[in-house]
Structure formats: C-alpha cells, structure tokens
Design a binder for this molecule. Sequence first.
Ligand code: NAD
Length: 257
Amino acid sequence: MKNQTVLITGAASGIGLEIALAFLKQEANVAVIDFNQDALDKMSRNLEDFSAQLCFLQSDVSDEKVFEAAIDKAIERFGQVDILINNAGMQHVALIEDFPTERYRQLIDIMLVAPFIAIKKLMPSMKAQGFGRIINMASVNGLLGFSGKAGYNSAKHGVIGLTKVAALESAPFGVTVNALCPGYVDTPLIHNQLEDLAKTRGIAVEDVMEEVMWSKVPQKRLLDVSEISDYCLYLASPSAKGITGQAVVIDGGYTCQ
Ligand code: NAD
C-alpha cells in the first residue's frame, strides 16, 4: 500500500479506527475524518509513530461544504485519494411513530448522502488515473428489516443501491465499488445500541444479548473489528480487482437462516 492514500470517514473509533491502523501498517497514507475532536486528539497522541503517514481532519460529514473542504485538505496533503472508505455512522432506535423526522434526515445525511458526496468528488480523479477502490460500510441492516431502526435501515439499504450504481459507472475505468455488510461487531456503536434496545423493551442488556443476538447469530459471538479491516485490505488489493458492485456479508451466519 506504499504511496497509496486512503481516506476513511468515522475513523476515530471502532471499525474505522481499526481500518486506519490496518492501512497504516501496510505503509499507506491515511486521511482520518471524524467529527469527534477529542477522539481525533487521542488517536493522534496514540499514533505519533505514524505521523508522517497521517492527517486528521475534524469534519461533520453531514455538512456538505464542511465535508468537501476536509476532502480537499486530504488531497492537498497527500496529492490524491486512491481508496475511499465511507464508514461514518450512527444509530437511533425508536418506533416509526416516535422517530423524530429531523433525526431520520440526519441518519440519511450521514450514512447515505455523505458517501454520495465523497464518491461524486473523488470519482473523476480515480477514473482519470485508472485506479480506485471505494468501500461503503453498509450492514446486515441494509439487507433485512429491523424493528426500531427506520433511519439506520433506510440509509444502509440506500447505500447498497448507491454502491451498485457507482460500480456500474466506474467499472470500465479500473475503479471498484463495494459495500460491506457486517453483522454485530464489537464497537461502542453496538454497545450503545444494546443499551437503547434494552431501554425500548424495558429489559436488561444481557437479555437483549440473548434475545436479539445469540438467538439469531449462529456463531454466537460479536465479530472482531479486525475481521472487517482485513476484508477492507483485501478489497483494496490487486487480487480483488474483479469484485465490484457487491454487498459483501460478514455476519457470523446471521443472514443465512
Ligand atoms: P463507532 O460509533 O465506534 O464509530 C463511528 C464513528 O463515526 C465515530 O468515531 C463517530 O464520531 C463518527 N461519526 C458519526 N457521525 C459522524 C459525522 N456526522 N461526521 C463525522 N464522523 C461521524 O461505530 P462503528 O461500530 O465502528 O461503526 C462504523 C460503521 O460500521 C458505521 O457505518 C456502522 O453503521 C457500521 N456497522 C457497524 C456494525 C457494528 O456492529 N458495530 C455493524 C454493521 C455496520
């Protein structure tokens, strides 16, 4: 990955952070975009050894102008973005009748409109150089319905559609576009979701684990973040050049039943 630049949104925590580490270890340049300044500062302190390969950009991806300015800064710093990973995400759990419309719009902006904006901005240079890799972080929530997750599910279904269109439009130019659909991964997001679900149902977090997860996940475990970052490295590698327009599922068997 030497001389390759990867731009990752939502990279100051969880899956995004692990993906950043994986690419840094492969000697790639990494532009980290996140709106959490404290988490960015912590990451910067912890990764001092990699400072020559890193740039940290505080930005809210749901604000088009601010997000575009951050992408411009990444290009200014590294000259080009070769690999784009649209990973920033957030949850809100509520029944549709209790779901604030503004919150619904916000989730769509973060997980569907922001990937569109980044692809729109970076696709021309990827096509022009005859190489590009785009990975959109979807979810099994992009394939199945889940009660209480109207905003998240709509965004994740949508980003799989966006992936297919972007893949078709870029296929002749050496660019691949894929979506990853993880099941339950051990990150702060999933622990927050468990607490929200426990509150909504009025039961303990352990009971949610049993009822919502283990009854449905044949492997009966949370996935490790490295299982997702390893797959991102693979999709960015030359061996994966024939894979495009796919929604790749990594879910411990969740969707096979
Ligand atoms: P996380 O909460 O640990 O990390 C998400 C990051 O995105 C945070 O650093 C947060 O600050 C950032 N972010 C959120 N909104 C932002 C915004 N508007 N602008 C900039 N940054 C923003 O969550 P995670 O579990 O690592 O999730 C990463 C991605 O993986 C998300 O898209 C999520 O939907 C997806 N995913 C997660 C799971 C899981 O089980 N954890 C499963 C399937 C898909």
